[in-house]
Structures are given as structure tokens and as C-alpha cells.
Design a protein around this ligand. Structure first.
Ligand code: 5GP
Ligand code: MG
Ligand code: MG
Length: 173
């Protein structure tokens, strides 16, 4: 059995999303911005974030999975669904639910850089910097959380709990 304990409320999430949306709108003013949501976990954050962005944007999604154990990132990333756009010359912003080891986004950033876009930056709503295995620049860092397994706001545990509007810590009982 597992029990869920609230770690971050909807109000805290909404305030941070608004702040990030405002920063992004300012920084990318006059530029062609493509937001790439990292599925599945990034879907809820991306949906909220775009409603706080006041400049024109394009939206796309990429879906990837790490090989091996599903709760531990191996760094070997398999693309399950690639983006639909030609991104040559575009400013790409990768939108992620949570950065843990940093291995997934390091791989994705390198992949996008090789496609000759104008720039590739990273935005995440949650970050566990204490777990980092690689040096990764997080351009838009949301809320820093401790080294605990979390669910909700897009994040799952065995594909459950993605729909919860808050972020919870899973406690085994
Ligand atoms: P990384 O490659 O940075 O280690 O993490 C890749 C992905 O693993 C994250 O974007 C997230 O989708 C998933 N992940 C990492 N930590 C957690 C966690 O605490 N809970 C859940 N549900 N997923 C996590
Ligand atoms: Mg993710
Ligand atoms: Mg998952």
C-alpha cells in the first residue's frame, strides 16, 4: 500500500508557473519560439505554462523512455515519438516535469542541438539538484524539491496519479 502526502500545493505550482511564463514571454519577445513538451509527465505543466505566455508560440511534443528500471534513469534514451516540426532556425524550449539525474535532458538537448536550431533551453517545473549525475544548465528552474519520489501534476507511479493537481510524496505503508 502507498500513502500520498502533499509536498507542493496547487497555489504554489500556479505561482511558479506564472513567474516562469512571464520570464519566458520577456526573454523570447520577437523570436520564433517552439515549446517542446516532454511526454508523458510534462503535459500538465506545458498546458498551464502556455496559458501564462503572452507571445506567439508553437507547441510540439516528444516522448522518450529510459531503458531499464522505470524509477531509475539509465541515461540511454529511446525516442518513442519525435517532434513533427522542422526546427531549423527555431528557438526550442524543452518543457519537462522533473529533472532528477539530468541524463534525459542532457541527451535531448544534444539531440536538438544537432538539428541546427537557433537555441535550445530547458524549463522544468520541479528539480532535484541533489540527484544530479551530469552538469546540466537549467535555464528556467521551477521548484527545488528534496530527494523523494513524487507523483501528481503529470508525474506517475506505475502510470497512476498523473491527474492529481498537487505534487505528492509517495510513502510506503
Ligand atoms: P532524469 O533523467 O533527470 O534522471 O529523470 C528523467 C525523468 O524521470 C523525469 O523527467 C521524470 O519524468 C522521471 N522521474 C525522476 N524522478 C521522479 C520522481 O520522483 N517521480 C516520478 N514520478 N518520476 C520521476
Ligand atoms: Mg519527465
Ligand atoms: Mg514515469
Amino acid at each position: 500500500m502507498s500513502k500520498l502526502k502533499v509536498l507542493i500545493t496547487r497555489e504554489e505550482l500556479a505561482a511558479k508557473v506564472k513567474e516562469l511564463g512571464q520570464r519566458i514571454s520577456k526573454d523570447y519577445e520577437g523570436k520564433e519560439l517552439l515549446l517542446v513538451g516532454v511526454l508523458k509527465g510534462g503535459f500538465m505543466f506545458l498546458a498551464d505554462l502556455v496559458r501564462e505566455i503572452t507571445i506567439d508560440v508553437n507547441i510540439d511534443f516528444i516522448s522518450c523512455s529510459s531503458y531499464g528500471n522505470s524509477t531509475v534513469s539509465s541515461g540511454i534514451v529511446r525516442i518513442l515519438k519525435d517532434i513533427d516540426y522542422d526546427i531549423t532556425g527555431k528557438h526550442v524550449l524543452l518543457v519537462e516535469d522533473l529533472i532528477d539525474t539530468g541524463l534525459t535532458l542532457t541527451y535531448l538537448k544534444d539531440l536538438f542541438m544537432a538539428k541546427h536550431c537557433a537555441s535550445v533551453k530547458i524549463c522544468t517545473i520541479l528539480d532535484k539538484p541533489s540527484r544530479r549525475k551530469v552538469d546540466l544548465q537549467v535555464d528556467y528552474q521551477g521548484i527545488i524539491i528534496p530527494d523523494k519520489f513524487v507523483v501528481g501534476y503529470g508525474l506517475d507511479y506505475a502510470e497512476k496519479y498523473r491527474n492529481l493537481p498537487e505534487v505528492y510524496v509517495v510513502e510506503e505503508i
